[in-house]
Design a protein around this ligand. Structure first.
Ligand SMILES: Cc1cc2nc3c(=O)[nH]c(=O)nc-3n(C[C@H](O)[C@H](O)[C@H](O)COP(=O)(O)OP(=O)(O)OC[C@H]3O[C@@H](n4cnc5c(N)ncnc54)[C@H](O)[C@@H]3O)c2cc1C
Length: 463
C-alpha cells in the first residue's frame, strides 16, 4: 500500500489558548477525584479521544454501555479521510490499522443518466492515495489494543451511565448497577459512581448526556434510509470509489479489504425497506442494474442493514464541565462520508485543547477552556454538515430547473482544477484549521511528569 505523506508540517498546529491559570485552582490529585476526565461512550470517537490524550498526564475513564465483543462487532465500514489517517498516525495507532484497510486512489462522481463523470485523482492532492475505507471492527479493535498500553486510561464496560451531577469543581457520574447476566460475567468490580473534573459526551446521536444537560439541537429526519451491504465483485475494484447521484438518493461504492466493496444505497424509506426484504437474487439483479457491468458478476456477502438518514447539529458543544464530540454533537447524511471523520477531528481538537490547558495548570472543565474547542470545531462542522445537506437535496430530485444547473456544476468541477482541488481538500478535511494531536514545542517544555497511576482496565470477561 502506498504511504501517504505526513501533512503535519504544512498545517497550523497550535491552538491559540491565551488563558492564565486560575489562582484558586489546584491540580486534580489533591481534590479527591477518581479521574480527571470521563468519556461516556466507547465508540470510535470516544476511543480516539482517549488515545489522543495518551501523553496528557490526564487520568481518563471511558465508560461504554455495551460489552466489548458487541461494540467491536458492529458491521459498519467508513470512508476514512486523509485528515483522519494523519490523526491516527500522530497518535501512533495507524501502523496497526493500515494493513487491514483498503485505500482508494480515485473518486468518480456522477449524476445518474448523465455520461459526464467528475474524476478526482491523486494528482489533485499531490498524494499517492485519496483516502481509505476501514471496517468498524478494525478501527475499534486497534484503538482498544492501543489503549491497553496507556496506563492512565481505564475502560469500564459494560457500564451504562444513567445520570450526571454537575458541581462547581467536578462531576459525579452514576453508572447503572450490573444486570444479573453481567454479574455472572464477573463485572461486579465496576464502581457505581465516579467523580471527575469533567465529562465528554461521546455517546452517539441520541446522547443522553447532551439531553440531561439540556443542550438544544436543530435538525430533521430525511425522507430517505440508507441500505448498506458488502459485495464481492467478479472483477477487481481498481481502488476506485464511486458516488453516483440518483433522484431517489446517492449511491456509493467503496472498495474494502479482501477485494470486496461496500455499497451505501440511499432511497426513500419504503423503497429502502423493500430492498432490504427482497430475495437475494432479485436484490443482486437490481444492484447489477445500478452498478453497471464494469465489475462483472456481483455476489452478496453477509447481511444487508438499514439506517434512517438524519441531520442534527447541537447548538452548543460545551457547557461548564461538559464537552460533546462526534455524533453526540452532530449527525449528517452519509453522502460524502463525513460523520465519523468529523468526530475524529473533534476528538483530536478537544485532546489538544485539554492537553494544553492541563500543561498550563488550568482547570480542564472551565468553560473558558472548553470554549476554545467549540470555537475551533463548531463552525467547521457546520460547513461540512451544510454541504452534505445541500448535496443530497440538489441531487435527490428531478426538478427540471435544478437538473441542468447541477450537471453544469459537475462539468465546472471537472474542467476547473483549482475548484476540484478545493472541493476535494474540503471534503477530505484538509482545509481549515487542522489538528495534529501533539503539542507545539513551546507547550511541550511546560509538560509535567505524568501521574503515576496504576493501570486498571476493567473488561467484561466476554470481550
Ligand atoms: C449508512 C451510514 C454510512 C456511514 N458512512 C460513513 C462513512 O463512510 N464515513 C464517515 O466518516 N461516517 C460515516 N457514517 C457516520 C458514522 O457512522 C458516525 O458518524 C459514527 O459512527 C459516530 O461515532 P460515535 O463514536 O460518535 O458514536 P457511536 O458509534 O454511536 O458510539 C456511541 C457509543 O456510546 C455508547 N453509549 C451510548 N449511551 C451510553 C451511556 N449512557 N453510557 C455508556 N455508553 C453509552 C454506545 O454503546 C456506543 O458504543 C455513516 C453513517 C451511516 C448511517
Amino acid at each position: 500500500m502506498p504511504q501517504v505523506e505526513r501533512l503535519s508540517s504544512i498545517f497550523p498546529s497550535v491552538v491559540g489558548i491565551s488563558l492564565h491559570a486560575r489562582e484558586d485552582y489546584q491540580p486534580s490529585l489533591t481534590q479527591g477525584f477518581d479521574y480527571d476526565l470521563a468519556i461516556v461512550g466507547g465508540g470510535i470517537v470516544g476511543a480516539t479521544l482517549a488515545a489522543a490524550l495518551k501523553d496528557s498526564g490526564l487520568r481518563v475513564v471511558v465508560i461504554e454501555a455495551q460489552p466489548q465483543s458487541v461494540a467491536v462487532a458492529k458491521g459498519q465500514a467508513y470512508a476514512i479521510h486523509l485528515s483522519s489517517s494523519h490523526i491516527y498516525e500522530e497518535i501512533g495507532v495507524w501502523d496497526a490499522i493500515a494493513p487491514q484497510v483498503e485505500y482508494f486512489t480515485h473518486v468518480h462522481l456522477s449524476d445518474a443518466h448523465c455520461p459526464h463523470v467528475v474524476k478526482f485523482r491523486p494528482a489533485d492532492l499531490k498524494t499517492p492515495v485519496l483516502g481509505y475505507v476501514a471496517e468498524h471492527r478494525v478501527l475499534l479493535q486497534e484503538l482498544l489494543q492501543f489503549l491497553k498500553t496507556c496506563d492512565h486510561v481505564d475502560w469500564l464496560c459494560p457500564a451504562q451511565v444513567i445520570a450526571t451531577h454537575y458541581h462547581r469543581t467536578g462531576v459525579e457520574v452514576d453508572i447503572a448497577p450490573p444486570t444479573s447476566a453481567e454479574t455472572e460475567g464477573g463485572s461486579t468490580a465496576l464502581p457505581r459512581t465516579v467523580r471527575v473534573r469533567m465529562v465528554v459526551a461521546a455517546d452517539g446521536a441520541r446522547s443522553q448526556i447532551r439531553q440531561q444537560a439540556g443542550i438544544p439541537t436543530q435538525g430533521w429526519d430525511y425522507w430517505q434510509s440508507c441500505l448498506v451491504a458488502t459485495i464481492a465483485p467478479e472483477k477487481f475494484h481498481n481502488h476506485i470509489a464511486y458516488e453516483r447521484f440518483w433522484p431517489s438518493g446517492p449511491f456509493a461504492i467503496l472498495p474494502i479489504a479482501k477485494d470486496r466493496c461496500r455499497i451505501v444505497w440511499t432511497a426513500p424509506h419504503t423503497q429502502a425497506q423493500a430492498l432490504l426484504k427482497l430475495p437475494e437474487d432479485e436484490f443482486i439483479a437490481l444492484l447489477q442494474q445500478r452498478y453497471g457491468s464494469q465489475m462483472g458478476k456481483l455476489t452478496l456477502v453477509g447481511q444487508r442493514f438499514l439506517f434512517p438518514a438524519k441531520w442534527m447539529h447541537s447548538k452548543q458543544y460545551v457547557a461548564p464541565r461538559l464537552a460533546l464530540v462526534g455524533d453526540a454533537a452532530h449527525t449528517c447524511h452519509p453522502v460524502g462520508g463525513q460523520g465519523l471523520n468529523l468526530g475524529i477531528r473533534d476528538a483530536a481538537a478537544l485532546a489538544q485543547v485539554l492537553q494544553i490547558a492541563q500543561f498550563r495548570g488550568l482547570d480542564i472543565g472551565d468553560i473558558q477552556v472548553l470554549r476554545q474547542y467549540q470555537q475551533w470545531r463548531r463552525r467547521q462542522n457546520w460547513l461540512a454538515l451544510g454541504l452534505t445537506d445541500i448535496l443530497n437535496r440538489i441531487f435527490s430530485n428531478r426538478w427540471f430547473v435544478v437538473v441542468p444547473i447541477r450537471r453544469f456544476g459537475l462539468k465546472l468541477l471537472q474542467w476547473i482544477t483549482p475548484l476540484r482541488v478545493f472541493t476535494l481538500r474540503f471534503m477530505a478535511g484538509l482545509s481549515g484549521r487542522w489538528s495534529p494531536t501533539g503539542l507545539s514545542p513551546s507547550d511541550s517544555k511546560q509538560r509535567p511528569s505524568p501521574h503515576l497511576v496504576q493501570q486498571k482496565i476493567i473488561f467484561d470477561n466476554k470481550g
